[in-house]
Design a protein around this ligand. Structure first.
Ligand code: SAM
Length: 199
C-alpha cells in the first residue's frame, strides 16, 4: 500500500482521523509561545487539521505555513480558518517542498511516513531549515502493530538525527495529552553546519 496523496485524502474524506487530538498540542504551542519573534518562518508539515497553526496565527505569529499532501485537509482548514493567509496554505508533498524556515513543528507526521523514508525525512528537514533554525515537537517513544502510525524509540531517533542535527532536547514530553503521556519524546534539534548536500 502506497501512503501517498490518494491514501491520505481518502482517510480525510472518510474521516478516519483518529490521530487528531481536536485542539492545539501543548508541547508544540508551549514551545512556540516562549519565542519572542512573531515573524519567524514556521512550517507545520503533515499538518492535518493544523490546530497549532490556527493557535499560533491567533497569537500573532504572521508566517505560519501549513503543508499537507491531502487536498481535503487543506480545504477543511481553509473553511475553518478563512482569514488564514491563503499563500501560507500549501497542498503538496513534504519531500517535494522547498523553502527556508526558522522553525518546523513536528507532531504525528514522522510516524505517518513509512519507516523506509526516515533518513530522507531527516535530510529534508535539514535542507528546509535556515541556519540557526529549529526542528521541535514530539515523536512517539512507543511501538505499534502495523502502521501507520509507525513507532520508534529515543535511541533510534538519536542515531537517525545526530549526523545532521545538534540534539539539544530529546526527552519524555512533560505536557503530553493523557493517552500519550510517557509515550512521546519532546525534541528540539538544530541543523548542523557543514553537512554534505543531499541529492
Ligand atoms: C497522522 S496525520 C497527522 C496530522 C497532524 N499533524 C496531527 O497531529 O493531527 C498525518 C498527516 O500527514 C499528511 N501527510 C502524509 N504524507 C505526507 C507527505 N509526504 N507530505 C505532506 N503531508 C503528508 C497526511 O495527509 C495527514 O494529514
Amino acid at each position: 500500500m502506497e501512503l501517498g496523496r490518494e491514501y491520505w485524502n481518502q482517510r480525510w474524506l472518510e474521516q478516519q482521523t483518529g490521530w487528531d487530538i481536536g485542539s492545539a498540542s501543548a508541547p508544540l504551542t508551549d514551545f512556540a509561545l516562549h519565542l519572542n519573534n512573531r515573524s519567524l518562518r514556521i512550517l507545520i508539515p503533515g499538518a492535518g487539521n493544523a490546530w497549532e497553526a490556527e493557535f499560533l496565527f491567533r497569537h500573532g505569529f504572521t508566517h505560519v505555513h501549513v503543508l499537507d499532501i491531502a487536498p481535503q485537509a487543506i480545504a477543511a482548514f481553509q473553511t475553518r480558518v478563512p482569514d488564514f493567509p491563503a499563500a501560507q496554505l500549501i497542498n503538496g508533498d513534504f519531500f517535494a517542498h522547498t523553502g527556508h524556515y526558522d522553525l518546523i513543528l513536528e507532531q504525528t507526521f514522522f510516524c505517518a511516513l513509512h519507516p523506509s523514508l526516515r533518513k530522507a525525512y531527516v535530510q529534508k528537514m535539514h535542507s528546509l531549515l535556515a541556519p540557526g533554525g529549529t526542528l521541535a515537537g514530539v515523536l512517539f517513544d512507543a511501538g505499534f502493530e502495523g502502521g501507520p502510525p509507525f513507532g520508534g524509540s529515543a535511541a533510534e531517533y538519536r542515531s537517525l538525527f545526530e549526523p545532521y542535527f545538534e540534539l539539544h532536547t530529546l526527552e519524555t514530553a512533560r505536557n503530553s495529552i493523557q493517552p500519550r503521556a510517557g509515550r512521546e519524546v519532546f525534541i528540539r534539534f538544530t541543523p548542523r553546519a557543514n553537512v554534505s548536500p543531499v541529492n
